[in-house]
Design a protein around this ligand. Structure first.
Ligand code: SAM
Length: 259
């Protein structure tokens, strides 16, 4: 053997999806890990009732990122997780929604594996499905939508990433679910219309989905930008586009209650 011996790795990192906010929407596996955790490194969008599930003995570290407010850079977070895994048995990386849906879970998992750290993912319910559901909008429906696209409205700069082809999405998807889209919505709406969607296509914005403060704004591609300016609705919100939005007026009468 010519390789130098590696330090023993004692722990494991669990990438846990916290769900969209309602504490009833975390998985049983995710909750059990929060109760057993030695360290929990959590993101900004994890709701207070979910944070309250963390063992009182666990070290809690905020590593969240919100637009323009980077409390810890990604590399620092990965370094921290590796360091904690070498000294603790159960390290939970807690992320809003699902770790692999616009949550950088794949990137973090890759870095941890490269760092020699055992890692496992625990999926969560993504906001792009749950927020519409709590707003009375199913993302698929036999009469209105046979296809759904999850897309980011906030593309990273500086690094190679595939560009969003809004025109192809406009033509190819019955339902469009946009994450992180509120700040760029006027350009996105323009590009979708240039791709063939008419100005009377229904759109819903759902802010703080599944949480007591959930708010919804319903409009069309032609009206939504002005509505946003009037109501000042901000992040975090999911934008939902397609005929399924029309179901809001029927199905939202029977909305789920938050735990
Ligand atoms: C970095 S992405 C993380 C998505 C997350 N991994 C998921 O699966 O839901 C953050 C964006 O998700 C959306 N989001 C997350 N939680 C939300 C909620 N409770 N209500 C509405 N939108 C939410 C917003 O578009 C927000 O800007």
């Amino acid at each position: 053997m010519t390789n130098s011996p590696r330090q023993p790795c004692l722990g494991k990192v669990y990438l846990v999806g916290a769900g969209p906010g309602d504490p009833g929407l975390i998985t049983l596996k995710g909750k059990a890990l929060l109760e057993q955790a030695d360290v929990v490194v959590y993101d900004t969008l994890v709701s207070p009732p979910i944070l309250a599930m963390i063992s009182e003995h666990a070290e809690k570290i905020h590593a969240g990122k919100r637009r323009g407010r980077h409390s810890k850079l990604q590399q620092e977070t990965t370094r921290l997780l590796i360091e904690k895994a070498y000294t603790h048995a159960v390290v939970v990386r807690l992320k809003g929604g699902d770790p692999f849906i616009f949550g950088r879970g794949g990137e973090e998992m890759e870095d941890l594996i490269q760092g020699g750290v055992p890692v496992e993912v625990v999926p969560g319910i993504t906001a792009g499905v749950a927020a519409p559901a709590y707003g009375g909008i199913p993302v698929t429906h036999r009469d209105y939508s046979s296809s759904v696209t999850f897309v980011t409205g906030h593309e990273a700069v500086g690094k190679y990433r595939p560009q969003v082809n809004w025109s192809a999405i406009a033509q190819g998807s019955d339902t469009i679910v946009i994450y992180m889209g509120i700040h760029n919505l006027s350009q996105i709406v323009e590009r979708l219309q240039a791709g063939g969607l008419s100005s009377d296509t229904p759109i819903a914005l759902i802010r703080w989905g599944t949480q007591p403060e959930q708010t919804e704004l319903i409009g069309t591609l032609g009206t939504i930008v002005e509505q946003i300016q009037k109501t000042q609705i901000g992040a975090p919100a999911i934008a939902l586009i397609g005929q399924i939005v029309n179901l809001h007026s029927i199905l939202s009468h029977s909305r789920p209650s938050c735990l």
